[in-house]
Design a protein around this ligand. Structure first.
Ligand SMILES: [Zn+2]
Length: 376
């Protein structure tokens, strides 16, 4: 079975290389924004129509010649993807990119032969700790020290500039062995606010309190940013600091989520979870920073579960979000409408007399519902 995997390395470009990376990021943002303006005038333009515009654009803006031309095309594909997702109602209408927000560019792997030598646009040598990228030649990287080489086909590389640091994320298609699987152990998981994950086995994972510290820092810095003059040195300094806090938050969340997911998967072959619809999450977005962080944490856990289940040939079942997992008694099937109130932390059933913690009750129901929907 083929799966996609991303390897993320810290990059150590020298001054000249940094300059070129920053230029390429700027140029791909320039192309993205220019093409978005064309698209706004004529929505029917396809990605290929836009690509045909590149030579003209380069003629009038010679600085575009200095950077990786593939990155310019990738900017158009990213824009096209943005529109596709918008029409599938997964994301909002594509916006103009601003400097200092998600500074990155992507370039695709291209292989060609010329005079009996093979050319590859992206190459990684883990022994030497080097990545070769178009126009950049060899740049130092660090990461995956235990790995000898990357087994698989490189698809593309995304180069990011975050808070004065550089990263490259290499997307690879890998062949993995499918494991024999007999579905025996099932577990239901409830994604909650008190604990990030509660399992039907009675395990509670991830206390969202750890987010508080980051939340406080981000809020403080955002307040500071709003007082600074846009475009000033101090404004960028503050923006950098915010990015750095977000990166730290992402790192610590990644570690926590990886741990949670491997523990859940270790002893179970069938994992049943709620189907968190992205649409709903977008509607809820911007409610509060805390809610956003928790939502994206849940989304990240689901993505990791999907990926790991595929990898290890386990089954992930998603139960409709509107299944009333918290209102049903997991012991006798009684329904209590008042459990809609999130503040009720305990399910006390008048019918069978059981008293059970709210999220644990929900996770047991989720497990049963998944099994019923798929096997009975
Ligand atoms: Zn009951």
């Amino acid at each position: 079975m083929l799966i996609n995997r991303a390897y993320k390395f810290r990059m150590y470009p020298n001054e000249k290389e940094q300059e070129l990376i920053n230029k390429t990021i700027g140029c791909s943002r320039f192309v993205y924004n220019y093409m978005l303006s064309l698209k706004k005038k004529n929505i029917k333009l396809s990605a290929y129509d836009l690509i045909k515009e590149i030579p003209n654009l380069v003629k009038n803006n010679s600085f575009l010649k200095e950077v990786d031309s593939c990155a310019l095309r990738c900017a158009i594909f990213d824009l096209d993807n943005g529109f596709k997702k918008y029409y599938q109602r997964k994301v909002g209408y594509p916006k103009y990119k601003k400097k200092g927000v998600k500074d990155s560019y992507r370039t695709n792997y291209i292989k060609g032969e010329y005079k009996e030598t093979t050319y590859e646009s992206i190459k990684i040598d883990l022994q030497k700790g080097i990545i070769k990228l178009p126009k950049l030649k060899e740049v130092k990287i660090k990461g995956y020290r235990k790995l000898e080489k990357i087994n698989g086909r490189i698809i593309n590389a995304t180069i990011e500039h975050i808070a004065k640091k550089y990263y490259v994320s290499v997307s690879v298609e890998e062949e993995i062995k499918e494991e024999e699987n007999t579905y025996q152990n099932a577990v239901g998981i409830d994604l909650g606010v008190k604990s990030i994950v509660v399992t039907s086995d009675g395990e509670y994972y991830g206390n969202p309190d750890y987010l508080k510290k980051y939340e406080k820092k981000i809020k403080g810095l955002q307040k500071g940013l709003s007082r600074k003059e846009k475009g000033s040195k101090n404004y960028y300094k503050c923006q950098n600091k915010i990015q750095e806090v977000y990166r730290k938050l992402q790192n610590s969340r990644r570690k926590m989520n990886e741990e949670i997911v491997s523990k859940i998967i270790k002893n179970n072959n069938i994992i049943v979870s709620e189907d968190l619809s992205i649409n709903e999450m977008i509607k809820e977005a911007n409610k509060s920073l805390r809610k956003n962080i928790i939502n994206s944490t849940m989304g990240d856990i689901i993505r990791r579960l999907e990926y790991k289940c595929k990898w290890l040939n386990k089954k992930l079942i998603k139960v409709n979000r509107y299944y009333a997992s918290s209102q049903i008694c997991s012991s006798c099937g009684n329904i209590k409408k008042e459990m809609k109130n999130l503040n009720k932390r305990k399910y006390e059933c008048e019918k069978c007399g059981i008293e059970i913690e709210r999220d644990l009750n929900a996770s047991i129901n989720i497990m049963y519902e998944g099994i019923i929907q798929n096997y009975i």
